[in-house]
Write a protein that binds this ligand. Structure first.
Ligand code: PGA
Length: 245
């Protein structure tokens, strides 16, 4: 079985103390976690504690989002320079929907993480309406079109996350996901050289849990999963890991 990456997007699920308790449990189950690639995206306020407590140097720690402003009079913001991190997420649908982030802003964030050479997950995905109107691929292509303005220098991951699958328990069929990942791959082929493209990773996200992860993991183009709710519960994470190794 190929090595799959699990990227845990903890959203606003775990506070600092709960995040520490979670990584202490990871420390106690070290052997299983040696066999998979793990990235953890805690609340920004928990990043330092998670890094200090985590006894596992190969697990990467990242920011769920960041401001385009680097430093200065920007109340409530944090930037890629605010705290030491290995990776980041941009363009999550919750940022697009609840904070009105548009493709222009998302491109600026990508340009910043690219310039700082920080490994980045770019999220794309269609809404239920777009799916029902047969516009899923159009939507993905338009979200990916910002990449033509990016001379990519970093390990970039595209996470395909249909909005209708996030937090709903509804998971697309493997055929549907494969078809969307192929569309993403061919769009990337038009934008980047073969060499750059082979370094890009493709993830799926949306209601991934211990009941479906193994079945989804054999999708040929898939390199990993972006996991929200199930990844914030240690017992579920252990089941997912055990189902993959
Ligand atoms: P979910 O969230 O696993 O809770 O559906 C996925 C995501 O938003 O990245």
């Amino acid at each position: 079985m190929k090595k799959i990456t699990l990227a845990l997007n903890w959203k606003l699920y775990l506070n600092e103390l709960e995040s520490i308790e979670f990584v202490e449990k990871i420390n106690h189950s070290k052997n299983q976690f040696d066999l998979i690639d793990l990235e953890i995206y805690p609340s920004a306020t928990a990043i330092r504690s998670v890094r200090n407590v985590l006894n596992h140097s190969s697990i990467k720690i990242g920011l769920q989002d960041f401001s385009i402003f680097e430093k200065g009079a920007f109340t409530g913001s944090l930037s890629l320079s605010s705290i030491e991190i290995d990776c980041c997420i941009v363009g999550h649908s919750e940022r697009r929907d609840f904070y009105n982030e548009n493709d222009n802003l998302i491109l600026k964030k990508l340009q910043i993480s690219n310039a700082k050479k920080i490994s980045t997950i770019l999220c794309v995905g269609e809404s239920l309406n777009e799916k029902e109107e047969g516009l899923s691929k159009e939507r993905i292509k338009s979200q990916l079109s910002i990449l033509k303005n990016l001379d990519i220098q970093i390990p970039l991951t595209i996470a395909y996350e249909p909005i209708w699958a996030i937090g709903t328990g509804e998971v697309p069929s493997k055929e549907y996901i494969s078809d969307m990942l192929s569309t993403i791959k061919s769009e990337l082929n038009t934008l980047y050289s073969h060499e750059k493209n082979s370094a890009l990773r493709l993830f799926y996200g949306g209601s991934v849990d211990e009941t479906n992860i193994r079945n989804l993991s054999d999708i040929v183009l898939l390199d990993g999963f972006l996991i929200g709710s199930a990844g914030s519960k240690f017992e579920k994470l252990m089941k997912m890991v055990n189902n993959l190794i």
